[in-house]
Every structure is written in C-alpha cells, then in structure tokens.
Write a protein that binds this ligand. Sequence first.
Ligand code: 0L1
Ligand code: MG
Length: 243
Amino acid sequence: MTDVDQLAAHLDAAATSRVAVPQLNAATGLDVPTAYRVQEAVVAHRLARGERLVGVKLGLTSRAKMAQMGVDEVIWGRLTDAMWIPDGGTIRLADHIHPKAEPEVAFLVERNAVTAVAPAIEVIDSRYVDFRFTLPEVVADNTSASGFVLGAWQPVPAGIDNSGVLLEVDGRVVQLGSTAAILGDPRRALPDAVRLAGACDLELPDGSVLLAGAATAAVPLRSGTHVRVTVERLGSASLRVAP
Ligand code: 0L1
Ligand code: MG
C-alpha cells in the first residue's frame, strides 16, 4: 500500500535539497488517483512554509507528449506564488535540479470563465533522476512544476487556436510550433482543468492562473542564457538564467 505522506515528504525533500531521487519502487503500488493525493500532500509542504496556491497547470497536453508517455489523458498540477518569476526576471540553476523551459499560453480565470490571456514560459524540473518517470510518478511530483513567467495579460484575441510560437535561446530560435499543439486548441484548457481539478475537490478561485500546456518540446536551461517565448497575437515573455 502507498504511504502518501511518506512519498510526499520524500519528493518535497528532493525539491528543497535540489537532489534528484530515484524513480519510485514498484512496491509503493502508486496508481494515478493515489498519486494526486501525494501531489496534494507535496504541495501542502509548500503551503506550510507560507506559499499560496495561485492556480493550476495542465501537462502532457500535446499528442507528442501523450504518445511518449503512452497515455490519452492530460494531467494537472498546482501552482504557488513562490513559483512565479517576474517577466524578464532571473533564476539560478542552483535553485533547481535540471530545469527546462517550455513555451505556454496562460489564462486568467474569473467566475469560472477565461477573462484574459498571456504568453508564458513554464520552468519544469522533475525531482526524479534523469527526468524519467511513469505517469503516477510525475503526477505525484506535481507534474514537474517549478516556475512560470507570465507576459502581459490581454483580452483573448481571435485566432489563438492556431498562433505561431517561438522559443528563443540567446536570440536563436530553438523551437517553433503552434498553439494548436496545446489540446488542439488551448481554449480547451479551462474545461479540462475544471473537470480534472474538480475531481480532486479543487475549485479555481477568481484570479487563478491556468497554464494551458506546452506548444513545443522543452529545452534544458543553461547558465547565463536568455530565454524568450513569443506567441503570435500575444507578444513575448522572457527569463534569464544567472551566470
Ligand atoms: O508541463 C508539462 O507538460 C510537464 C508535465 C510533466 C512531464 C514533464 O516533466 O515533461
Ligand atoms: Mg508545461
């Protein structure tokens, strides 16, 4: 039987010590519903340190990532205020294990509706060795959530279902995609998030941030680099990695 609190403490210790842990032993018997209970307990450690829940993220939202994991359902995780990185802000590799950045679209949720949209960068940082995990393992690890940058909020424009997306590192385009890679249309993120989080008794209060998912593969973050995401019709968001 899975010891939810013990696994949560194990994953939280990996995050706070910045030392990756091996994939979990099959003997833990972790399944997806139990993994969401572990995730809640992992995030409870953050909340006990004074962090505040500010939203949710969806993961495995592209056909490519789903096929890679052999699943046909998206996963979701919790975002806290401590994960927020100001647009143009700087992060330190030493505060992470092996972080990667991916281009996303963020929505602002109020009264159960989307009221604004922004270009975004998600920093993912698996707490498992080599960024390798099974589906329950990554769910328990809060879907690798580590940080997020939000560009400027604006009303949702027409055409956001298929807008070009660029991920640049030091001014060089390293990933190119479309928002259509996010669930076929990123606007599907809200009903999916409400359904998935609702199944775990979590509602999205007014002002919640919703990271809809990645439009391209993630890129590893290296010291001293500048990362910019540009989403057609929405503009850009960026971060710097300290040298
Ligand atoms: O945000 C994401 O799509 C990541 C979900 C977890 C899988 C990963 O860490 O690549
Ligand atoms: Mg993501």
